[in-house]
Design a protein around this ligand. Structure first.
Ligand SMILES: Cc1cc2nc3c(=O)[nH]c(=O)nc-3n(C[C@H](O)[C@H](O)[C@H](O)COP(=O)(O)O)c2cc1C
Length: 478
């Protein structure tokens, strides 16, 4: 598979094109130091064989926040060095820290915006990013990634909603690009030209009057011209449409742009890959081969392979899918897709991040802080005396019930529609599930498959078919 071919991302020699995009874990304390839980989380990704691991956003400055890693002072370097060393000792995964600057937010809902920054503040931010990249280099990382996406300072400068009236905004794209251009220049002077620096930015802000892929192509081209090692595309995740909960700081993933950023189970697969492909094609036509990474509800190996094999993008970011199962790369490479613990996009992880609680996956065994080891000797769950799956039609919904399979940690619900397309529509730990998204009058077939904690797939249940009767108000439909 092309997905498992090596790639040189601006000097970062990747063994394959599967990437863990940055995902805040809330496993660090407020002190910002690397601890054992953080190390275990990233070593686990390395064991699973991801080509590139982007360590969660870590602050380039000392501003107060909840639990968050820091790279804002030399005192953090020993811990970060140990983290990079442990990852390198585990596998050939490459690792970069995502480095972030954020503005102030208050529990009242107030937030600082980029127009409140003085020119001195801007100069300080430029220096802070430069110093952070120097520390990333000292710590032995393979590069660094500038967080210029979502609701954070660099993205707010790039935004079409940037309210500044001077030459760091002022209605022009060049104004919006001013800060990141200066940051690149300063990084080169401080950390050298040979240290790879990638950038994560938005392909579409997904807010009213926000920028779309039209601007993102130009932003991508400028970043390629500046020598970015790779471009990593995300979407949305903005403060502008965030919903404020009384007594809590604004969480930028609570509005529509937040839904787009971490698309839930009701979204189709890979809803944003097309934007990344457009950006890739645009910079390529301008003579730049800068690798482009995409992310957003990609976890089907066929989707991932299609995107890289067609040249649409170069790197596949799988955030929640690799949280659920860090062994995804190894399992796909070894033809063991059946053993993957498939993310069901329930967004429990997102909720934990938003409430500053330790981020885990709801599909892991109860009480686990890390993904369970890939234990091949673990018992394969099976129904010795049958699963007795039943499907009861109700008012606009179908209720499935089945028997417990000994050794099962979860059950995947497989639904086949009238065109013969089979989809895993959910993953649950209980033995009952309701389907609320069926069209009456159409036949559906269901099966349930039991999985062990390490993803070991057991037998499938019996299959059941059901067609909901048309409701009275739809009797004329034929
Ligand atoms: C719990 C959680 C934390 C995240 N933290 C970050 C982060 O620190 N930096 C970042 O750029 N994106 C962050 N993201 C966004 C992911 O990197 C990714 O773009 C998004 O989840 C969509 O990819 P997926 O569908 O494969 O999960 C986070 C996502 C989740 C679920």
């Amino acid at each position: 598979m092309k997905l498992f071919e090596p790639l040189d991302a601006g000097g970062i020699k990747l063994a394959n094109r599967a990437m863990v995009p940055a995902m805040v874990t809330r496993l660090s304390g407020e002190d910002g130091f690397v601890n054992q839980d953080i190390t275990d989380r990233y070593v686990r990704y390395a064991q699973g064989g991801a080509g590139l691991i982007v360590v969660e956003a870590m602050a380039v400055h000392q501003a107060k926040s909840g639990p968050l890693l820091r790279i804002s002072d030399d005192r953090y370097v020993p811990g970060l060095t140990e983290l990079a060393r442990r990852i390198h000792d585990t596998s050939d995964s490459k690792v970069v820290p995502q480095i972030i600057h954020f503005l102030k937010v208050a529990k009242t809902g107030w937030r600082q915006t980029v127009d409140m920054l003085s020119l001195d503040d801007i100069d300080r931010i430029v220096e802070e990013f430069g110093d952070a990249v120097v520390r990333a280099r000292e710590a032995g990382f393979d590069g660094a990634e500038l967080h210029s996406a979502h609701a954070y300072t660099l993205a707010s400068f790039l935004s079409r909603a940037n309210p500044r009236e001077d030459d760091y905004g002022g209605d022009t794209l060049e104004g919006r690009l001013h800060l990141i251009t200066r940051i690149f220049d300063n990084i080169r002077r401080k950390a050298g030209h040979d240290f790879p620096v990638g950038v994560r930015f938005l392909a579409d802000e997904f807010i009213k009057d926000g920028y779309t892929v039209s601007d993102a192509k130009l932003i991508g081209l400028r970043l390629a011209q500046l020598g970015a090692a790779y471009l990593s595309l995300s979407v949305g995740g903005k403060f502008e449409d965030a919903v404020h909960t009384s007594g809590q700081v604004l969480y930028p993933y609570t509005g529509y742009s937040g839904d787009r950023c971490m698309p839930g189970d009701w979204y189709p697969p890979a809803p944003h890959a097309q934007f990344s492909a457009e950006i890739k094609s645009f910079i390529k036509r301008h003579g730049y081969d800068t690798p482009v990474a995409t992310a957003g509800k990609i976890s089907d190996p066929d989707d991932a392979e299609r995107l890289v094999a067609s040249g649409a993008v170069d790197i596949i970011g799988i955030a929640r899918g690799l949280l659920a199962d860090p062994d995804w790369p190894h399992k796909v490479k070894n033809g063991e897709r059946d053993r993957i613990v498939k993310c069901d996009y329930c967004n429990v992880c997102k909720h934990l991040d938003g409430t500053h609680m330790r981020v885990i996956c709801a599909l892991w065994p109860q009480g686990s802080l890390q993904a369970p080891p890939d234990d091949r000797s673990a018992m394969v769950p099976r129904w010795e005396a049958g699963a007795d799956l039943t499907a009861a039609p109700g008012q606009g919904k179908v209720t499935l019930k089945w028997k417990k399979a000994p050794g099962a940690a979860r059950y995947d619900i497989c639904r086949t529609d009238s065109l013969g397309q089979t989809q895993i529509v959910d993953a649950v730990k209980v033995t009952r599930w309701e389907d609320h998204t069926v069209l009456a009058g159409m036949p559906y077939r269901y099966e349930v498959r039991a999985y062990g904690a390490a993803g070991q797939g057991g037998t499938s249940s019996n299959a059941v078919s059901v067609t909901l009767p048309l409701p009275e108000f739809a009797q004329d439909i034929r």
